[in-house]
Ligand binder design. Sequence first.
Ligand code: GLY
Ligand code: MN
Ligand code: MN
Length: 325
Amino acid sequence: MLPRNTRDENGTREFRREAEFAGTLQGYEIQNGQAIFAKLRQIKSLYELRLLQHAIDISAEAHMRAMSNIGTLGWEYEVQAEIEYVFRRRNADYWGYPSIVGCGPNGTTLHYIESQGRIGRTDLMLIDVGAEYDHYTADITRTFPVNGKFTPAQRDIYTIVYDAQEAAAAKLRPGAMISEASGAAAAVIEERLARLGLITAVGALIPGTQMPQYRIWYMHGWGHWLGMNVHDVGQQVPLAPGMVTTNEPGVYIRSDALDYFDMTKPGMKEFIEKIRPAFERYKNIGVRIEDDMLITESGVSWMSGRIPRKLEDVEAFMAGKASLK
Ligand code: GLY
Ligand code: MN
Ligand code: MN
């Protein structure tokens, strides 16, 4: 998920830092080279794709090792160790970004990297990790029940995210715009949150704001370019074969989410009262599913697709019915 403050009208955060540094020098002018790098890096060669696939395959093994061993582990940092052991054993450079291993409520915090929580047996485990191999990084998230079986409430949220990811994937093909995929994911999430009562209606705004209600529960972007950087450079141009994007919708029912609204705003009290029953039912559930998608001549390929993702496949894997492939 791309934090909202990464870019602004002055370019990337990195560019602003360079420009500030240049301001301390005499006789230099700094220009933003992002467009040049975007062009060079947005479409991968076959060789680049082999490296990226290798990073993804290492990460897939790490994810499945964590899923397989979760029953023997008591702390998030132990899960992180299982994952990073695989990275080291398979000679990855390192991780492409700090590992996110969040159990239960911690899974509702974006970029939670502390790994200090206990593994609750009835919780969901959210793992967002990616190995870097020869400078190319994977970026993959899976969310699964620690005891191997989704509760009805966990199942409701997981199914929304899964269906949103599928809807987005169906839009990915040469010539399409990223906005078609992100829009498809958002539409599924909004419609289904309304059905669960977590928002009052499709199209409804948070009272007194221009912010759609569904953004309370899905507060990050749908995806980003992937390659030498986890949030790689790239431009918003029609998709073409060789481009790689993540597909990472999520729904996060944070336990304090309703605490910060301005209750003096007209309609706010009624809004909160209306969604509170559903909130109480689903709070502390966080689900993200993230895959690495290669645009091909004919459509799209799930580069990280070998890790169980469909709800039934996750449960079967956890039950030992499926083995490491
Ligand atoms: N792991 C960071 C991201 O998903 O964007
Ligand atoms: Mn990502
Ligand atoms: Mn990620």
